[in-house]
Design a protein around this ligand. Structure first.
Ligand SMILES: Cc1cc2nc3c(=O)[nH]c(=O)nc-3n(C[C@H](O)[C@H](O)[C@H](O)COP(=O)(O)O)c2cc1C
Length: 212
C-alpha cells in the first residue's frame, strides 16, 4: 500500500511514519498537501491559519535541538514508564518507542516540514486549536494518499518560545504542529486502536451503544 484514493483505507492506514528518506519532496506535492489543509473547516471561516514550509537545514536543526531536549527531559522517561495503549501489543509499543527515538535524532533530516500556525493576538487555546487541527489532519491524510510519510508532532511546544524563535515566527503567530514530511522507509499498515465498545456510549455515560 502506498498511494491510495479510498478515504477509508487512507484513514485506517495513516500511521505515524517516523523513518523518512532524505530524498526531496516535489513542490507540486507540497502544494497539494497545503490545498488539502486549507479545505478544512475553521471557526467562522476566519482562516487565521498560516503555514511555514521549512526546507532550510539550519532552521530545522535549531528546532531539533529543543525537540530532542524535550525528549531527553520529559518524553523519553514518560515513555519508558508507560504501558501499551489499547489495541497495541507490548512488542508494537516497543517498536514505537524506537521510532520515536529515531525521529528525535533525525527530525531535522526530513526534507521538508510544514509548520501549522495561527496568526492571532489571543494566546493559543482550545478554540484556536479547533481551527487548525482539522487542517493538520487533512494534510496528514493527503500526505498518506500521495504515498508520503509524516507524523503529527507537537513536542517542540514544551520549549515553545525557544522553538518558535528558531522558526523565526513573528509576534502574534503561534505554532500548533510540525509535520516532518518525506518518503517513508517502511510500509504503511493499519493503525492500532482499541475497540469502539470500550469508548462509545448511548444516552447515558457508560451505557452500551448497541449499534456496534
Ligand atoms: C497532539 C499530538 C501530538 C503528537 N506529538 C508527537 C511528537 O511530538 N512526536 C512524535 O513522534 N509523535 C507525536 N504524535 C504522534 C502520536 O504519538 C501517534 O499518533 C500515536 O502514537 C499513534 O500512533 P500512530 O499514529 O502510528 O497510529 C502526536 C500525536 C498527536 C495527536
Amino acid at each position: 500500500m502506498s498511494g491510495s484514493t479510498d478515504v477509508f483505507e487512507i484513514m485506517s492506514t495513516t500511521r505515524s511514519m517516523r523513518r523518512l528518506k532524505p530524498d526531496p519532496v516535489p513542490d507540486e506535492l507540497i502544494r497539494k498537501i497545503l490545498e488539502a489543509g486549507v479545505s478544512a473547516a475553521n471557526g467562522g471561516n476566519n482562516q487565521r491559519w498560516r503555514f511555514l514550509v521549512v526546507k532550510d537545514k539550519a532552521i530545522k536543526k535549531a528546532v531539533q535541538v529543543w525537540y530532542k531536549k524535550a525528549f531527553d527531559e520529559v518524553v523519553g522517561p514518560r515513555y519508558a514508564a508507560s504501558a501499551p495503549p489499547p489495541g497495541v501489543t507490548a512488542d508494537r509499543y516497543q517498536r514505537q518507542h524506537g521510532a520515536v527515538e529515531y525521529l528525535t535524532e533525525h527530525f531535522h533530516e526530513a526534507p521538508v516540514w510544514i509548520v501549522a500556525c495561527i496568526e492571532d493576538k489571543a494566546p493559543p487555546n482550545r478554540s484556536s486549536g479547533a481551527s487548525i487541527y482539522p487542517a493538520v489532519q487533512n494534510m496528514l491524510l493527503a500526505i498518506r494518499a500521495l504515498g508520503l510519510g509524516s507524523t503529527l508532532t507537537t513536542r517542540h511546544l514544551l520549549y515553545e518560545k525557544e522553538a518558535e524563535a528558531a522558526l523565526g515566527l513573528p509576534e502574534g503567530v503561534h505554532s500548533y504542529a510540525i509535520l516532518p514530511i518525506g518518503y517513508p522507509m517502511g510500509k504503511f499498515g493499519p493503525v492500532g486502536r482499541g475497540t469502539l465498545a470500550d469508548i462509545v456510549y448511548q444516552d447515558k455515560w457508560g451505557q452500551t451503544y448497541p449499534g456496534l
